[in-house]
Design a protein around this ligand. Structure first.
Ligand code: BGC
Ligand code: ZN
Length: 371
């Protein structure tokens, strides 16, 4: 079967003919892959800056944002049948008995670092025709979401972030929760850093939870991303036209910052203009660049005097996948055109090279493996 493989030692990315997997235990299912999304992580792996092949293999089949159709189920699975459309989770647990997170099925919080990730770390991924995996990692999606279901995995980043946001805000003595938005005596305001797929999906999730949402991104408006963001009812602010201070002066108390760029300089500047009791959520994984100067006294001072919290989050548990599937359905009802517009291209698998190593274009590019 066809597969896109990265050979880190040879420094090459190729379309290969890989052996077709078959079910080896009664708890597994076999999938025919439909759509596989391409993200910054895949492009980094294709530049040989990230990613690890499975032990004993000289290549890694990449791809972790996916949508597949069940074609065969093992005899000990339940709830799945051929024809069902599913999103497989990405992380798999580490083997250590002492890892409370992995033993609790929460490998997204693994303590040991010995977890694996399909298409990223130690396990082949989904840019291929067929996949076999344990049924428990499959998340069924309604047939009505088949056209946009590939957005579920990138949306889980926001879902897990927002779940933790509300857990953190339970610290507020008057009990702030997304089910009691009155907990804030005014409008809740969020800033999203970046207008890529993670930023746009994050903005949708924040709007859905009632935040007035500002998306801060490089490009001058009008542009494709700005138009999309504005069509949601969020405000697009260009970093070329407005400084971080300028942005902050337009917002009376930023409650949440959802970072979705991996650009640490802008992120740490943003940290200096958050409002009282605010929460900053880091989701980007920056490459290693030269150190930059940051006003650490200013940041520490503001954080203490304003009871601020900063956390990082990596996706994701089953709860976030389920929330993403539910929310994507809501988004599709509320913004049918915008949700479609996040996917700017569907391409045959043969076009992998341009998409993985060529200049980044559009918003979310998807390899259509099968219809
Ligand atoms: C993936 C996550 C993964 C992370 C770090 C992201 O692009 O969506 O599943 O944990 O990269 O490898
Ligand atoms: Zn672990």
């Amino acid at each position: 079967m066809k597969a896109i493989a990265v050979f880190p030692n040879e420094k090459s990315v190729r379309l290969i003919d890989a052996p077709e997997p078959s079910i080896e235990s009664p708890t597994q299912v076999r999938l025919r892959m439909l759509d596989v999304g391409i993200c910054g992580t895949d492009r980094e792996i294709a530049r040989f800056e990230y990613g690890t092949p499975p032990a004993g293999s000289d290549y890694l089949i990449i791809g972790h944002e996916s949508l597949g159709e069940v074609v065969e189920v093992g005899s000990a699975t339940s709830g799945l049948q051929p024809g069902d459309v599913v999103i497989p989770m990405v992380r798999r647990p580490c083997p250590h008995a002492t890892c409370t997170a992995c033993r609790a099925g929460r490998q997204d919080f693994c303590f040991t670092g010995d977890f694996t990730e399909r298409g990223i770390k130690g396990r082949h991924g989904f840019m291929t025709e067929f996949v076999v995996d344990e049924a428990r990692y499959m998340n069924p999606v309604p047939a009505a979401l088949r056209d946009v279901g590939v957005l579920v995995e990138p949306l889980t980043i926001a879902e897990k972030g927002l779940m933790q946001l509300w857990q953190v805000q339970q610290r507020l003595p008057w009990g702030a929760s997304k089910d009691a938005p009155k907990a804030f005596d005014r409008h809740m305001q969020a800033v999203v850093l970046g207008a890529g797929p993670v930023g746009i999906l994050g903005a949708m999730a924040l709007l859905e939870q009632g935040f007035e949402t500002f998306v801060y991104s490089r490009g001058r408006a009008p542009n494709q991303k700005a138009t999309l963001v504005e069509s949601l009812g969020a405000r697009y602010v260009s970093a070329e036209e407005t400084s971080i201070e300028g942005l902050a002066s337009r917002i009376d108390g930023i409650d949440v910052v959802y970072e979705a760029t991996g650009a640490s300089g802008v992120a740490f500047e943003m940290l200096q203009v958050m409002g009282p009791n605010a929460v900053f959520i880091f989701t980007g994984v920056p490459g290693r660049k030269e150190p930059i100067a940051v006003d650490t006294d200013g940041i520490m001072r503001r954080m203490v005097l304003n009871n601020q919290v900063v956390f990082g989050t990596v996706n994701a548990g089953k709860d976030a996948f389920e929330a993403a599937i539910r929310d994507l359905g809501r988004f599709k009802e509320r913004w049918p055109k915008a949700v479609q517009a996040v996917i700017t291209g569907r391409h045959p698998i043969e076009q992998y090279e341009r998409l993985l190593v060529g200049e980044a274009t559009g918003i979310k590019n998807v390899l259509r493996i099968a219809a």
